[in-house]
Design a protein. Structure first.
Length: 243
């Protein structure tokens, strides 16, 4: 099983996000994972949700500020601040409330809000079939307002296909939140995307042991951060994030 950094689990006594990629072997028993809260202020069950376990969701961290706060800075305060700024940006660009009154600080409930989901459906319907129509697709790059923003590369088309819709939803939400930014007049070219990927690979290295034979290599330049999750010699994911 591959659990992806940024994925959100819902419920418990606080909604959480996974702090790093984790590869979980079959019959492994309990596996410790790093998490961050994406719902400040709640420490009790919400409605009929159980405090004893989490439910899955189709959501993940949206926006580079959130990704870097959790995965690079590993700073809970920065994560909460980035969640709030994401909510404010979505509310402004969608011209209406996006917080859920059951828990206004919950990023997950904001991503489930009808106003946010409505803004997502049109682009999702157009873009989702693109990768599915091709064979052997193992990754994708995102450009927002004409600038490369992120990219994710996986070891196989099968794994990419399982994660494609979740990743696309996340990218669309980021684009909606950044709607007010200045836009470059021409779309990003393949060459500009290639330069963006090279900037990530050319950064200064930092390696973290995730447990067992799993490690995370981080390469950070002035323009981008590359996170690479490895198990032994096998690379499970390369994730590029613009700064």
């Amino acid at each position: 099983m591959f659990a992806q950094a940024g994925d959100i689990v819902k419920g418990g006594t606080q909604d959480r996000t996974l702090g790093n990629d984790t590869i979980i072997a079959g019959r492994s028993g309990k596996v410790r994972v790093n998490v961050f809260c994406v719902e400040s202020g709640r420490s009790a069950p919400r409605g009929v949700e159980s405090p004893s376990y989490f439910n899955g969701s189709e959501s993940a961290l949206a926006g580079n500020e959130l990704k870097l706060a959790a995965r690079r800075d590993k700073d809970q305060g920065k994560v909460w601040a980035a969640v709030r700024r994401m909510q404010i940006a979505l509310r402004s660009n969608l011209q209406g409330e996006v917080e859920d009154r059951r828990s206004p600080t919950s990023l997950q409930l904001t991503l489930e809000h009808p106003r946010v989901r409505g803004a997502m459906e049109g682009p999702l319907g157009k873009l989702l079939p693109c990768a599915r129509a091709e064979k052997n697709v193992i990754g994708f790059a995102v450009a927002i307002n004409g600038r490369p923003s992120s990219a994710d590369i996986y070891p196989s088309a099968d794994l990419f296909g399982k994660l494609w819709e979740r990743q696309l939803r996340t990218s669309i939400i980021e684009a909606v939140a950044r709607k007010g930014e200045a836009m470059i007049s021409t779309p990003a070219t393949p060459n500009e995307v290639a330069v963006f990927l090279a900037n990530g690979r050319d950064g200064w290295p930092n390696t973290s042991v995730l447990g067992g034979d799993q490690v995370e290599l981080r390469m950070e330049s002035n323009e981008a951060v590359l996170f690479e999750t490895r198990r032994g010699e096998w690379v499970w994911r390369q994730s590029y994030v613009a700064k």
